[in-house]
Design a protein around this ligand. Structure first.
Ligand code: BG6
Length: 511
């Protein structure tokens, strides 16, 4: 019986329907570190389809057997890692490994795609899969357009009869608005919007998904979630790692393109959007795009700061500066830190500044959203000036210590009226057992069941690039203000403090 692809609904938590995943970039780091462990976790939790096959595609000549051995070894190595710590589920690992096949291919050669087409047909006999195929582009961004053109030309993304063909595109989606639009146009030659799953792995994080839950599944937050009660919002994504071994990528990317229009703006959108009409993919994505489209045009001279880490130290350990890292040009102006001040022009947020910062080689690895409430209007306590009353803050802690915290003032015991700051602190780990995961499980599974809620729609990607466009334009100029230095192991450059300091505000200290 024919079934309608559009209306095929698999309930979350059921096994995904039979399909084949084709991974371009099967020999790469992303596949090894995140995608394969995620597939193993899906196998372990009985979410991987009963009839499943995977084709690893990459340049290197390799047999199916050596690909299987290679993946098995790396899963075993990563399973010992704290993120996946557990006893390996040998039966499900074996099942996964047996589903792996390999195709050596030159991404730009049409003959490779003919071979891929035949291979997909063969798998229907050997692995009993049906005609559903997910193409996962775990490759450098410069290959996205070419691969999709070739898939289109070979007829591999045509959805025939009852079966779907989907393409997962990793970030970065373009490097500015114009290139993102051009890439989108290129993809749309071969694919419909519904077939494109633009990945932003932040949306696979439980705590990021929880922002929406926290806001809309509780009665107490929404009434306060607006300009009447909120003084400002801070979004911090601080990392301790430096550029690591990624200079080839990072030198041409920088913190802005790497983190801001994608990860950081996803956090902004989830924090600031209106309640969606439902939790359907388009209802949620409509609201996210709407709020990004309401961001006031940024003044790059006054509202943006870029920084680059110089030599420093953390916990007594000396840290090299960005310019001393392997593969970095001696006079590189690539930014490793960005801070922005944004305003949102709508009734909920007019006049409430949103301060965003992200950086590498900072003092702490800490991602959080701080909702800073307004001060009480006057002080009842004669000896305490209103300014001395610390305003309440709700801190949504995304990583590494996941949870939420509310700060408020309380009386310090004693005959005098003195106010101390206390915290109500919720830690995920005290309530829920964290299933070992890489964060990619949900996203891969959602793509298999056709739920695009946690993937970026094209309009929201464009809205993100559009916000940063004036900043990118200024920073590209040779005579723009220099990149501010900050010591590795610190909380970022002084210029970022000044972004808030001008209005008497300050960043919440990284703790
Ligand atoms: C990636 C960036 O998208 O996100 C990296 O390219 C960054 O530079 C990483 O380190 C951060 O993600 P996570 O999951 O480690 O917080």
């Amino acid at each position: 019986m024919a079934h309608d692809i559009e209306h095929e609904k698999i309930a979350h938590g059921e096994r995904a329907p039979s399909c084949t995943i084709v991974i371009f970039g099967a020999g790469g780091d992303l596949t090894k570190r995140l995608v394969m462990p995620a597939l193993y976790n899906l196998a372990r939790t009985h979410l991987l389809p009963d009839n499943f096959a995977l084709v690893g595609v990459d340049l290197l000549e390799m047999s199916d057997q050596s690909f299987q051995d290679h993946v098995e070894q790396s899963i075993r190595a990563f399973a010992a890692d704290k993120h996946y710590a557990q006893t390996l589920d040998e039966a499900n690992l074996k099942r996964l490994i047996q589903s792996l096949t390999y195709l050596p291919a030159d991404f730009s050669n049409p003959a490779s795609y003919q071979k891929l087409g035949s291979k997909l047909k063969d798998l229907q006999n050997t692995h009993h899969v049906n005609d559903n195929v997910m193409f996962y582009l775990a490759v450098g961004a410069r290959f996205f357009g070419g691969i999709v053109d070739q898939l289109g030309a070979a007829g591999l993304v045509t959805e025939t009869n009852d079966y779907w063909r989907r393409v997962v595109v990793e970030k970065p989606f373009g490097h500015d608005l114009a290139s993102a639009q051009a890439l989108n146009t290129q993809l749309r030659h071969s694919l419909s919007e519904k077939q494109i799953y633009r990945m932003d792995h932040f949306l696979g994080k439980e705590t990021v998904q929880n922002i929406m839950l926290m806001r809309f599944a509780n009665g107490i937050f929404e009434p306060l979630w607006n300009r009447d009660h909120i003084d400002h919002v801070q979004i911090t994504v601080a990392e301790t790692v430096g550029v690591e071994k990624r200079a080839a990528f990072y030198e041409n990317t920088g913190a802005m393109r790497d983190m801001v229009p994608n990860h950081v703006f996803q956090l902004l959108a989830l924090t600031a959007m209106e309640s969606p009409a439902s939790f359907d993919a388009d209802a949620v994505r409509n609201e996210k795009t709407k709020v990004l489209n309401s961001v006031h045009r940024v003044n790059p001279e006054t509202d943006a700061v870029r920084g680059q880490y110089s030599a420093g130290q953390r916990d007594g350990e000396a840290l090299v500066g960005y310019l001393q890292e392997d593969g970095v040009a001696p006079h590189s102006r690539t930014e490793t830190f960005v801070a922005l001040k944004l305003g949102i022009d709508n009734w909920r947020w007019a006049g409430v500044p949103f301060y965003l910062r992200t950086g590498k080689a900072m003092s702490k690895r800490q991602s959080e959203i701080v909702i800073q409430f307004k001060r009480p209007p006057f002080s009842l306590f004669r000896d305490t000036a209103t300014e001395a009353l610390t305003p309440n803050a709700l801190v949504i802690k995304l990583q590494p210590d996941e949870g939420a915290m509310l700060t408020f003032g309380a009386k310090i015991p004693g005959p005098k009226i003195e106010i101390g700051q206390v915290k109500m602190d919720f830690h995920y780990k005290d309530y829920f057992q964290n299933a070992p995961s890489t964060g990619y499980e949900t996203l891969i599974y959602d793509c298999m069941i056709g739920d695009a809620t946690l993937f970026q729609r094209s309009d929201s990607v464009m809205a993100g690039w559009d916000i940063v466009k004036p900043v990118q334009a200024l920073w590209a100029k040779a005579d723009a203000a220099p990149v501010a230095a900050y010591a590795a192991g610190s909380d970022g450059p002084a210029e970022a403090d000044a972004l808030l300091g001008a209005s008497g505000r300050h960043w919440r200290e990284l703790t």
